[in-house]
Design a protein around this ligand. Sequence first.
Ligand code: NAP
Length: 261
Amino acid sequence: MPRSASAAAAARPGLEPAATVLILGGTGEARDLAALLVERGDVRVVSSLAGRVARPRLPVGEVRIGGFGGPAGLATWLRGERVGAVVDATHPFAEQISENAAIACGDVGVPLLRLQRPGWSADDGDDWRWAGSLSEAAALLPAAGSRVFLTTGRQGLGAFAGIDDAFFLIRCVDPPEVELPRQHELLLDRGPYTVAGELALIDAHRLDVLITKDSGGALTAAKLTAARERGLPVIVIRRPGRPELPEVSTAADAARWLSRR
Ligand code: NAP
């Protein structure tokens, strides 16, 4: 049976028990980092997921699932597991857990790094309209378009519930649990997506506007290329402010940061 890398590190004769690194996850970058560290084998790696998705893509190495119970619960967990460093590799729109991590790591005195992919940027000629929130995006309808490709995930969809004069193709991983707009079709799917697939959806549903968070990354960027090809306006939800931290944008850089500690 394959032995976990953390067990391997701890078992090498003459070595101290491996330090524990907590990766706050839920993103591809978090999975990449877990894979790099497990492969390197010199630390114990625990990835943490919120438990929102019914069948999450699991990282390699140890995984724990579910909230910690606020900053105090996270601080207790960090102390109990003798965590040596935390990498906040959560999604750019996961505001609360990032706030909690900053508070808990500050309290316990554990170094904290943010691993966050860069946001997307428009090409010349793109018609992008920035919105500060889902409600601000909803307020731009139906003027910006009345056949909407809504790809902001299942949380916060209530912001669109009262819009009766537009059709929504709503794509998310798991079924939403809030009231949805009267005219909608639900598409349960998860990336990565292709430009050809996104074009087919736009054409089949005669979509005329795309709404997306500024999530960044390659896995879900095909919709932006497809919108560009069809000349669709794109309403982009701006990233929320998160606590100022040392930050890197790739798993390899995060692994180097950890090596220096
Ligand atoms: P959030 O609002 O920032 O966090 C809400 C609560 O969920 C936190 O207070 C924490 O509970 C728990 N939590 C969140 N992430 C966690 C993690 N990685 N491990 C353990 N507990 C976690 O988070 P969210 O926006 O709902 O996102 C949840 C997860 O989905 C995140 O891990 C994120 O990376 C991923 N995700 C989010 C989005 C998005 O658009 N928001 C998109 C894709 C993936 P306690 O206070 O009890 O500790």
